[in-house]
Write a protein that binds this ligand. Structure first.
Ligand code: NDP
Ligand code: RET
Length: 314
């Protein structure tokens, strides 16, 4: 008897969630106020990280900016200070657990408790698996995936004390479906997605409803990180690379609307769904038709050229 009642309640919940999600798609969701919150952004010297910093500053959040590139990070900090918020920049190597823990201790002592954590820093090897130095493959896992463990262990306990906070993971469409020649990246981003989802379940199971989570999964963004990556010529105008500012603004809407997950653009939900629903061969046929199967080859060539020109370290 109890199971029938539970089943009915579950069906009501399920219907409500679907209707709510549909309505939210068309209506403007209510956005929360983050004025005065302390927001930590990793990879803040990079393209998306900098734009996130400026958007959070516009919302009145004070900032803690982390990056291994001191000059670029300081530049972001200067730009954000001009918007009238307090900004603290730290140089940190996210591929090193101790560097993360030590810098987190400094942040707590020198600035205070972080209530919004944006795990944005990311790297890609950009080499064919068999040609890639082991250290580069390892670095992708350490920065894109393992760092999420250490960042969460460093900053979640204070959020839990107050049952207040927001964890944001900048993952990728390539954390939901994959393509050739980015094994390190896909492994790390699938890992990031799995980590993020499990942590979200964990918080809900503990009734930590005041700690929100948002998973961001963008398609190619025009930041240079994947320069050269392209799909079939005729379809490029249908699914063009995303503008960095658009990507960050859409992510901000999802974060401030406390949305659990966002694919940017929305059309990326389709390959995510078909990956699970269709047979492997059917997916392969669509990949081949759309040029998704070999989209990374020009990117890899680009990296090879830059490496041989000495623009990036071999
Ligand atoms: N660009 C794209 O097409 C897409 C990107 N994403 C994701 O968005 C996020 C931001 O990407 P994007 O802005 O394009 O990338 P960028 O390369 O512009 O920015 C990444 C930043 O992270 C820093 N960083 C790298 N390694 C470390 C480290 N070990 N410790 C500390 N900081 C580090 C980089 O420093 P340095 O430059 O010195 O290495 C850089 O400042 C990444 O997670 C990426 O995977 C998701 C979908 C698409
Ligand atoms: C594989 C694939 C596609 C291409 C996806 C690409 C090119 C994704 C690139 C994502 C990047 C660079 C993410 C970075 O984090 C299509 C055409 C959508 C069709 C379905 C299969």
């Amino acid at each position: 008897m109890i199971i029938i009642v539970d089943l009915l309640l579950m069906l009501i919940d399920l219907t409500y969630s679907i209707l709510h999600a549909i309505i939210q798609t068309f209506l403007r969701p209510r956005l929360k106020c983050i004025d005065g919150e302390l927001c930590l952004i990793t990879g803040a010297g990079g393209a998306l990280g900098r734009l996130f910093a400026l958007e959070f500053a516009k919302e009145g959040s004070h900032l803690v900016l982390w990056d291994c590139n001191t000059a670029a990070n300081e530049q972001t900090a200067e730009m954000a200070r001009e918007l009238g918020v307090q900004v603290h920049a730290y140089t940190v190597d996210l591929s090193k657990r101790l560097s993360i823990y030590e810098t987190a201790d400094r942040v707590r002592a020198e600035v205070g408790e972080v209530s919004i954590l944006v795990n944005n820093a990311g790297v890609v090897a950009g080499r064919r698996l068999l040609d890639c130095p082991d250290e580069l493959l390892e670095r992708t896992m350490l920065v894109n995936c393992h760092a999420l463990f250490w960042m969460t262990k460093a900053f979640l306990p204070q959020m839990k004390e107050k049952n207040h906070g927001h964890l944001v993971t900048i993952a990728s469409a390539l954390g939901l479906f994959s393509t050739a020649c980015v094994e390190d990246y896909c492994a790390s981003k699938f890992g990031a997605v799995g980590f993020h989802e499990s942590l979200t379940h964990d918080l809900l199971a503990e009734d930590m409803n005041g700690i929100k989570t948002t998973l961001v999964c963008p398609y190619i963004v025009d930041t240079g990180m994947f320069a050269g990556c392209e799909i079939r010529k005729e379809l490029r105008s249908l699914i063009p690379p995303l503008e960095p500012l658009y990507t960050v603004q859409e992510s901000m809407k999802a974060i401030l609307g406390e949305q659990q997950m966002i694919c940017i653009p929305r059309i990326m939900y389709i390959p995510f769904l078909t990956r699970a629903l269709l047979p492997w061969e059917a997916n392969l046929a669509t990949y081949r038709f759309m040029g998704g199967d070999k989209c990374m080859l020009p990117f890899i060539k680009n990296v090879e050229l830059k490496t041989s020109n000495g623009h990036i370290k071999p």
